[in-house]
Every structure is written in C-alpha cells, then in structure tokens.
Design a protein around this ligand. Structure first.
Ligand code: NIG
Ligand code: FE
Length: 421
C-alpha cells in the first residue's frame, strides 16, 4: 500500500545526526516547507518539497494535509497506564495541605490504587486502559511506555503486564512494558520491608523475566519507600536477569537515586526534582537520560526539576507525561509539553525534541521512530497549526488533526478511525 501525504505547510523532521540530543542541538529542528511524505506499507520511502507526482501511481492513496504542520508521532517514555480505581478524594486532601508522601504513609496513594488494581478483573483493567490509550492517540502519542507497579504481588503485576501485552496486540499504538514491582511496600509487608525486597529479588523478577513480559525494570527510590541500598540490590539483580533499568529518583527527598542511576548505568532516571549539581554531573558522565515529568510538578504543586541546568551539563533531557492515577492523572502529552516549556523555560523545539527524539532513545527505539526519515516507521502527526511554536503557545486544546501509525491513518479529522478492539 502506498500513501502520499502532500500539501504539508511545514514538515518538522526532528532528524539529528547524533541522538539523544543534548545542549544546543536540543533547540534545533529541520523544517521543510510545502512538503510531502511517501509511505509504503509502514515505512517512509521518500520525503520532499513541491511536486510529488513522480512518486504517484494509479493505486496511491493521496492524503491532503491542507497546509498544516506535520511532525513525528509523539512518544511518551514514562506512564503508569494500567490501574484500578481513581484518587480524586486525595486531591481534596492535597488542597488542604496533605503531602504526597504523608498520604502514602497513611496507606493511601499508591497503596490505595494497589487495592483497587488487585480487585479489578483483567477485562475491567483492559477496558479502562484502552480508553486512556485511545485518548493518548487522539492527542498524537503513537508510542509509549507503561509501567506495572500497582499489584505489588506476582499475580497482579502479571495481570497488569498482560493487559499491556493484549493492548499492544490489538491497538495501533506501540506500548513498551516496564516491570515495577518495587513501587511501594505492600501493606502485608509493612513491618517487614526486607521480606518484600527478598520476594522481588528471588521470585518476582525471575518469573516475569521468564514470562518475557517486560524488557525494562523501574523502582521508586524515595524516603520510606525503597532506599538507595535496596534499590541497588533490586536493580542489580534485575540487570543480571537481562532487564534494562530505570529509577524514579529524587522526586521528593534526595536519596541518592540519580547517583545510583549513574553508578549502575541505568538507561534513564525519572523525576529528578531534588537532584544536586554533583549528581547531575554523574548522570551526565554516565549518559543517563533524564526523564522529566513536569505535569507531576504542576499537579502536586511542587518545584520543577532544574531542566536548564541539566541541559547545560550535557544531560539528554526527555519530557514525559508520568500519566498515573495519583500524582498526574493526565494523558495529554501536548499539555505536558506546554507545562514543560513554561515550568522549565524550554523552547517549543526543545520540549518536542525532548519528548520525541530523546523519548525514543529512552525506550531504545531511536532506530525506527523519533524522526521523519527515509526507512523509519511512518508514525506521523498532522497538527492544525501554522507552526510548531503555536502548539505550545496556544495551550490547553488538542491541536492534532490526523495521525498515521505504521503508515495507516488512525485518527482522521480528530476522530479515531482505526479498526481493532
Ligand atoms: O511517578 N512516584 C511514584 N510513582 C508515580 C506515582 C504513582 C501514584 O501516585 O500512583 C509517579 O509519580
Ligand atoms: Fe512515574
């Protein structure tokens, strides 16, 4: 099947010679005016400007972009997609001054969602998650990561991972699973946290590795959750089993998570709101990607990560949603990017490079997605805007008009048009 998207007012390719993009390169993006893209099956075959007729044959599908802008499918390298229940009652507590970690200490927060996720059936979780994925796709996200971590026992963690597996089979979006058994200490191990660490190491990590349900492993290294030593033991075991590791680090209390990420060569470290200059230097030297989550800072009313300092220090900064039921119930990555630009003082090009290009590296997908380039996957978003800056400046609404995923039109005129369950 051959498709040509033509009459693209401005095509933002996000193609870079060296990725992930760092420092000044983060503010660079190739732009082609009056552009077209030739797609064969799921692959980009040609890109050009002006007359496209020589690429056309009798069976070619022509897609008019009406002079709008096109860019690569958005990538969200950090979400907690699958969960039961919801936690709007906690928002009221937070408005009254309750702290995120106080709520967790009282058995709420993540543990509240664990209760609901354990109770939920596979089908309930599947239906609920699919709605979120549809909404992500409508907002331009074509590839994203999904962490488990609301089971905290083998059975429920596997249930979450299998929901992702089935969604990945049935939904056009590409979803990449991360196993996160150490997201909190489950209530049955409240007085014996070491018992839970042992369970994770001796049973959960090996079994999930054997079932081939996740390539990545993440952990919440935080005060009264998992300390640096526990995180190190768990992640080193994960590495020995073949997982690539990530760390929720320095979100509230600096616990040395970022320096641990550097020490064990984690692929990425997440949050980093309280990371010291010294630990940033370590991350930079070890090439750990910083997965920054600005909408979480916004929603918790907390400080923003020092993205500008990280960029100056040569860290590859990626911007992700952190979509989850507690600290960030928002799956609209465009809003996340708008908050990133305002909260971090990053330009629109910087935040898009962060999400798309560095996001692809943070998922190790940079060879097939993350830019509009010949031989890469045809994951393309058309936005109803005169230029890309407009999509950040004009905040709070969805600019996505059409989405191509793997060469197929899956969103047309702001409506889902894919076939599938
Ligand atoms: O990345 N901080 C830890 N985990 C999630 C929040 C999970 C939750 O509150 O349910 C995060 O923000
Ligand atoms: Fe998270």
């Amino acid at each position: 099947m051959k498709t040509i998207i033509y009459n693209i007012g401005k095509l933002y390719t996000f193609e870079h010679e060296v990725v992930p993009v760092k420092k000044d390169a983060l503010n660079e993006c190739e732009v082609i005016s009056d552009a077209f893209i030739v797609i064969e099956d799921d692959i980009i075959k040609a890109i050009g400007s002006g007359d496209f007729t020589k690429h056309r044959d009798a069976n070619t599908i022509l897609h008019d972009a009406h002079g709008l802008i096109a860019l690569p499918g958005l990538i969200d390298a950090h979400t907690h997609l699958v969960f039961g229940g919801s936690r709007e009652h906690e928002y009221a507590l937070k408005l009254q001054g309750a702290d995120y970690l106080d709520i967790l200490r009282m058995g709420g927060g993540i543990l509240n969602t664990v209760e609901a996720t354990r109770k939920a059936t596979f089908d309930e979780l599947y239906k609920k998650s699919k709605k979120f994925v549809d909404n992500m796709l409508l907002h331009g996200v074509t590839t994203f990561e999904a962490k488990s971590g609301y089971g905290l026992n083998l059975e429920t963690e596997v249930k979450q991972l299998e929901v992702v597996k089935k969604l990945n089979e049935n939904h056009p979006c590409t979803i990449i699973s991360t196993f996160m058994p150490a997201h909190a200490i489950p209530k049955e191990f409240k007085d014996n946290p070491q018992g839970y660490v042992d369970l994770v190491i001796n049973e959960m990590l090996p079994k999930v590795a054997k079932m081939n349900l996740a390539k990545y492993c993440d952990i919440f290294c935080e005060d009264e959750v998992f300390n640096r030593e526990q995180a190190k033991v768990i992640l080193e075991k994960a590495q020995s089993l073949g997982y690539i590791v990530k760390i929720h680090a320095d979100e509230v209390v600096p616990m040395g998570g970022a320096s641990l990420a550097a020490e064990i060569h984690a692929l990425s470290a997440e949050h980093l709101m309280a990371t010291s200059d010294e630990d940033m230097d370590k991350m930079s030297h070890a090439n750990v990607i910083a997965n920054l989550l600005p909408a979480t800072s916004f929603n918790l009313g907390k400080t923003y990560a020092r993205a500008k300092t990280m960029i100056e220090k040569g860290i590859a900064v990626s911007i992700c949603s952190d979509f989850n039921p507690g600290s960030c119930p928002n799956e609209n990555l465009q809003l996340t990017l708008q908050i990133a630009s305002r909260g971090y003082g990053m330009t629109p090009i910087e935040v898009y490079n962060g999400a798309i290009v560095n996001g692809s590296c943070s998922l190790q997908y940079q060879d097939s997605i993350g830019s509009i380039k010949v031989n890469k996957k045809a994951d393309i978003v058309i936005m109803d805007a005169p230029n890309i800056e407009y999509t950040i400046y004009h905040f709070g609404s969805n600019h996505v008009q059409d989405v191509f995923k793997d060469g197929k039109l899956v969103v047309k005129n702001k409506q889902l048009v894919y076939e599938g369950k």
